[in-house]
Ligand binder design. Structure first.
Ligand code: ATP
Length: 321
């Protein structure tokens, strides 16, 4: 093995379960490859403030099963300006860091792309529960969030069914319906309301009013980017004349111990990130497409829109007949 070189990593944007498992993989696999690893605190903010810890094998022990990120995450307005980026680059150079792994969502990759344009070798690992990053079927944290939601939905279904109720459940996803569609199919929702596809609340209310004999409950999943649960519930109540209960799941969806899939992806993505840095690659994100680990250029994924699976959306509604 040659001279020991330095790489760094940071977690940025909204926290996602499995970020810690990625930090563990990158650190241990990099050390295995004779690299020294700097973990910057609070995303790009830590880069600007030169706030870091040198990670060793022990410092990433006992975190594989912990949600969130022990390096903390933050949003940094300062980093969006040249001035902030220059400070970050100066700190990377001062510490002789030759490669950077950015773990986060598309906003974080915009920042990473800026660093690349200014001569920094940087690769990205998608980690956001929203799963709204193009270039990968899965972002780390998405599967765990779905499992948390499914668990809660089963409880809501118990009450909905016992009382023959209509429930409107609001899930996260920012401008994406990805969480809502996958929740809907996995939980047997009757209606899924997402920003990508127009919906007609009058029609939905009329169907609910006339729904089949023997149906004990109605579950409506609404993505936060499509409408608020309270607005949907008010419309259904007004148009169908039934009582409607709402549940806004909120931040409970982001935490918790990572699922098996998120831990396995954390291992595969983290290893690939270190391999890419060792090969001299930059300006790209690792992802999984059709069960294969692939890389995409930041520019391509930042320009592309991640589409929801419309077949899955339609199937959920057919199965709710
Ligand atoms: P999530 O989807 O989970 O919220 P994200 O990575 O998309 O994750 P953002 O808040 O959009 O989260 O971005 C995280 C950080 O990336 C921002 O606070 C900012 O520091 C940096 N960033 C975002 N956009 C840019 C940009 N255009 N140029 C430079 N830096 C950026």
């Amino acid at each position: 093995m040659g001279e020991k070189r330095n790489i760094a990593l940071l977690t940025s944007g909204g926290d996602a379960s499995g970020m810690n498992a990625v930090i563990r993989t990158v650190t241990r696999y990099a050390i295995y490859n004779n690299l020294k690893v700097y973990g910057f605190y609070e995303g790009f903010k830590g880069l600007i403030n030169n706030d870091f810890i040198v990670l060793d094998l022990n410092s990433v022990g006992g975190i594989i099963d912990r949600g969130g990120t022990f390096l903390y995450s933050a949003r940094s307005e300062k980093f969006k300006c040249r001035e902030g980026q220059k400070q970050a680059i100066d700190n990377l150079k001062k510490n002789k860091i030759e490669g950077l792994v950015v773990i986060g969502g598309d906003g974080s990759f915009r920042g990473a792309h800026e660093l690349h344009k200014q001569g920094i070798q940087v690769v990205g690992i998608p980690a956001t529960i929203d799963n709204d990053v193009a270039g990968t079927d899965y972002s780390i944290g998405f599967d765990t969030a779905l499992n948390v939601i499914i668990d809660i939905m089963s409880k809501i279904r118990d009450t909905a069914s016992s009382h023959e109720r209509i429930f409107v459940v609001e899930v996260m996803g920012r401008n994406s319906g990805m969480i809502a569609v996958n929740t809907g199919i996995a939980c047997g929702a009757d209606y899924i309301l997402i920003p990508e596809i127009e919906f007609d609340l009058a029609k939905i209310a009329s169907q609910i009013k006339n729904h089949r004999e023997g149906k004990r409950h109605t579950l409506v999943v609404v993505a936060e980017g499509a409408a608020s649960a309270s607005d949907v519930a008010s419309s259904i109540k007004l148009l169908a004349g039934h009582e409607v209960r709402i549940s806004v799941l909120g931040y409970i969806q982001r935490g918790g111990s990572p699922s098996a899939l998120d831990r396995i992806l954390a291992a595969e993505f983290g290893k690939k990130a270190v391999d890419l840095l060792l090969e001299g690659e930059s300006d790209c994100m690792i992802g999984i497409k059709s069960m294969k680990i692939e890389t995409s250029k930041f520019e391509d994924i930042l320009e592309a829109k991640k589409n929801i699976d419309e077949d899955l959306y339609r199937l959920a509604h057919i199965l709710a007949l």
